[in-house]
Design a protein around this ligand. Structure first.
Ligand code: PLP
Length: 438
């Protein structure tokens, strides 16, 4: 029974499917957050998506703010993406040989992004990051990587590392199965702490191959950084001949076609992409200057390969989606719509003195149960606030609103979220907030 005393929406079929899935997959899922461990109930099994809506196995309809965790910036089942994919599929699924489609997607990206000269396609964000780090190490001939507590870069061994205690720490592995010797090559510091970075560069002079950051950290809440801080990172990396890697798997093509690099006008040495670049199919990429990229095999000594890299069907989805993003006013409309949505929710919460903030940038938003004006590092998030998210998540599902099943996850708005649907969502959010704070 929910806060309102009313029963939850029916999840009978989803629950049945989940029971079956548990016999096949560890925890019943193929990626852990899907298991609904941090919220009420069991996962909804999704049957279809269209525009800003998804439908589950029980026939419940939701306005979706998870959008497959970010890739679907045009919404579900976009006609142009679907048509292009269907057309390309008629010619076969994979060749393991070059196709013109790879050139087409690369051209779309490189012609419209002044921060990159060459790119290589892979099949996931994790693979992009893993390859970028290898390239950074190969290029600089150094071994250490510096990362930030509160940034996620996929399940790359060297980055499944969390901060220990102290300003600058060698990480402790955050997953079983990662050798301690790997974590020993990873330095972890808090976000938004200049002293920690300076200390790391002092302590490990000429040893740090790369600093990797989500320039818009969006995997542990939305920890928006100040431009000056990112600029400081740019400068200290240059001074130390360390490569600055922007992990733009979420922010790439999201806050603008040139991602966070363009948004802040800061040139990283390398960029990684995933999610939006594949239009909902498995694509990742990493890019840099010609000089840095010339170190990749077969041109250079850093090995990286993939059977399905540059897969034609996946390229087709990326081409169709990115083409839409280049239309005049695309980001202005999407970001404007998001701003109206988040500001109106904030006004509602503020008027009622709820301890609640909506942080947002571009078309990304995060609901935080806090009264802080800004949250820039992971340690500023109160773990206890997640109880409130859990209540809200349930009330929202019961009102036809689907958010990612964890209070640390951000929400995404797509071009398919119409003003009418956003109004509907707002009303459900207002009702849910009233119940959470009752
Ligand atoms: N980097 C960032 C910033 C991400 O958000 C993610 C995934 O959420 C990854 C890397 C890993 O991407 P993938 O899940 O496609 O392997």
């Amino acid at each position: 029974v929910t806060t309102t005393g009313k029963p939850d929406i029916s999840r009978e079929k989803s629950a049945e499917l989940f029971e079956k899935a548990k016999t096949y997959f560890p925890g019943g899922v193929n990626s852990p957050v899907r298991a609904f461990k941090s919220v009420y109930g069991t996962p909804l099994f999704i049957q279809k998506g269209d525009g800003c809506h998804i439908w589950d196995a029980d026939g419940n309809q939701f306005i979706d703010f998870c959008c497959s965790w970010g890739p679907l910036i045009l919404g579900h089942n976009n006609a142009r993406v679907r048509e292009k994919v269907t057309e390309v599929m008629q010619n076969g699924m994979s060749f393991g040989a070059p196709t013109a489609l790879e050139n087409d997607l690369a051209e779309l990206i490189l012609k419209n992004n002044k921060y990159l000269e060459k790119i290589r396609f892979v099949s996931s964000g994790t693979e992009a990051v893993m390859s970028a780090i290898r390239l950074a190490r190969g290029y600089t001939k150094r071994d250490k990587i510096l990362k930030f507590e509160g940034c996620y870069h996929g399940h790359v061994d060297a980055l499944l590392v969390k901060a220990g205690s102290g300003l600058v720490t060698f990480g402790e592995t955050s997953s079983a199965g990662v050798p301690k010797s790997f974590a020993d090559e990873t330095i972890v510091v808090a976000l938004n702490d200049r002293e920690a970075i300076k200390k790391a560069f002092d302590e490990f002079k000429d040893q740090i191959a790369a600093v990797i950051i989500e320039p818009i950290p969006a995997n542990n809440g939305l920890l928006l950084q100040e431009k000056e801080y990112l600029q400081f990172l740019r400068e200290i990396c240059t001074q130390n001949q360390t490569l600055l890697i922007f992990d733009e798997v979420i922010s790439g093509f999201r806050v603008g076609f040139e991602g966070a690099a363009g948004f802040y006008q800061i040139k990283p040495d390398m960029v990684t992409y995933g999610k939006i670049i594949g239009g909902g199919l498995p694509v990742g990429a990493y890019g840099a200057s010609k000089e840095v990229m010339s170190n990749i095999s077969p041109e250079g000594p850093v090995y990286q390969a993939g059977t399905l890299s540059g897969n034609p069907v996946a390229m087709a989805a990326g081409i169709a989606q990115l083409t839409e993003l280049l239309r005049l006013g695309f980001y202005r409309d999407l970001n404007g719509k998001t701003q109206e949505f988040t500001e109106s929710i904030q006004r509602f919460a503020t008027a009622r003195s709820y301890k609640f903030k909506v942080f947002s940038v571009g078309s990304i938003f995060w609901f935080a149960f806090t009264d802080k004006e800004s949250i820039r590092s992971a340690e500023e998030i109160e773990a206890s606030s997640m109880e409130k998210f859990k209540l809200m998540h349930r009330e929202l599902l019961n009102r036809g609103i689907y958010l990612g099943p964890s209070g640390y996850e951000v929400g995404f708005i797509s071009a398919a979220h119409s003003k009418v649907e956003l109004e509907k969502a707002k009303r459900a959010i207002f009702e849910s907030l009233d119940l959470v704070f009752k």
